[in-house]
Design a protein around this ligand. Structure first.
Ligand SMILES: *Cc1c(COP(=O)(O)O)cnc(C)c1O
Length: 384
């Protein structure tokens, strides 16, 4: 196997699932774990199995293919599909029993037709998405009763749940908190209007990671946990935020990204390293090569500034990151660093990493979500 790999720490995943469960206020609140984007890069099937073992009763995916992968690996629990699919995919949605988010007549009608043709059981369950301010998918709150009515009057669909998604629950400033409160109140009003119309809304859910941890009243019938499952905090709802509040919330990163030194060569002052000659050797040094590059998800824009841990010390990646390789300045005759030594870019502390994906994200203007899901298929996932 390649020495460039993403190591997946199963114990950390279980630890995080335990933390999540400890934040759930009421035993009847269901736990849904988002395993979209291959479990945020950590492996969807492994995450799904572990999550179910630790008390999750729903999983969530973004695409039909992601749902099919879970089913083909023997996972039988309900699977929510958080994004919309094409008309062509609706047959598979029904055949593989993936529970879609719906909200408009045209989409509901197309799905109803697919359910009529390919669903052998009773009525096919769907969740009604209400756009309370995310500005992505969902019906307007004032259309919720009409949409719910349209679903329950369809020939082959049933209303299993009603949901919404918050745009700013991971912010801690007043404007974000007021907006989140408005979204939640709007959602509750929509659900109440549906009930008042004599329709059973089913499972009501609106909390992703940030709201799950920080707005217990928003947990309702189910929470949809994503990023915190994998050991990273959602936005400003972070470790320090909870420490200040006196509520410990210690998540552990699940993935580490590591490689191995495959070459060390001496460089004289004045020589260059990598494409574009953006880095010049200032004084004589040794340069190590790691067989990992942007095609693995070690993005070009991470350098300059990226560091990597080798035997518990941090070294700079120098010059442009190439598609398949990058170079590290280890200093002249460094007796701490040898060929075949492990180099860890990010991960939990016990991985040998000196930083996590959030540290890299903060420095490079992105979020841990993007770094984790950016680790490509070429990088083998090794579960430990
Ligand atoms: C991705 C997603 C989640 C999980 O979000 P996190 O911030 O990772 O917890 C929940 N709900 C919906 C609709 C999503 O798209």
């Amino acid at each position: 196997m390649r020495c460039t790999r993403a190591v997946i720490y199963g114990d950390n995943l279980k630890h995080n699932l335990g933390v999540i469960r400890s934040f759930i206020q009421r035993p009847q609140t269901k736990l849904c774990i988002a395993v979209k984007a291959d479990g945020y890069g950590c492996g969807a099937v492994f995450t799904a199995r572990t999550a179910i073992e630790c008390g999750a009763s729903y999983l969530a995916v973004a695409t039909v293919d992601e749902g099919i992968e879970l089913r083909e690996n023997g996972i039988s629990c309900p699977i929510l599909m958080l994004s919309l699919c094409s008309k062509d995919e609706m047959e598979s949605v029904v055949r593989y029993n993936i529970t879609p988010f719906v909200f408009d007549r045209e989409y509901i009608t197309a799905l109803d037709k697919a359910a009529g043709r390919f669903n052998d059981k009773s009525k096919f369950p769907v969740h009604l998405a209400v756009d309370t301010g995310m500005g992505r998918i969902g019906c307007m709150p004032e259309e919720a009763v009409e949409a719910a009515t349209f679903i329950i009057r369809s020939a082959h669909l049933s209303l299993e749940g009603v949901c919404t998604h918050c745009s700013s629950a991971d912010g801690i400033n007043d404007a974000d908190r007021i907006y989140t409160r408005m979204q939640f109140d709007t959602f509750v009003s929509s659900v109440n209007a549906i009930k008042k119309a004599g329709i059973e809304p089913g499972i009501c859910h609106c909390a992703a990671s940030a709201a799950l941890l920080d707005h217990p009243e928003m947990q309702l019938d189910m929470v949809r946990s994503g990023i915190i499952t994998y050991g990273y905090y959602a936005g400003q709802i972070d470790r320090e935020y909870f420490a200040v509040k006196g509520i410990p919330c210690e998540l552990e990163p699940v993935m580490s990204l590591e490689s191995e030194i495959v070459s060390i060569r001496p460089f004289k002052a004045g020589k260059y390293v990598s494409y574009g000659r953006t880095w010049t050797v200032e004084r004589d040094t040794d340069i190590a090569v790691l067989p990992i590059g942007y095609a693995d998800g070690l993005l070009r824009r991470f350098s300059p500034g990226l560091t990597v841990a080798i035997n518990e010390k941090s070294y700079p990646v120098v010059g442009r990151i190439c598609m398949d390789q990058c170079m590290v300045d280890i200093g002249k005759n460094n007796s701490d660093v040898h060929r075949w030594d492990k180099a860890v870019f990010f991960g939990p502390k016990n991985s040998g990493a000196l930083q996590d994906a959030e540290d890299i994200a903060r420095r490079t203007g992105t979020i841990a979500y993007e770094i984790m899901t950016g680790i490509t298929k070429r990088v083998p996932r090794v579960i430990v």
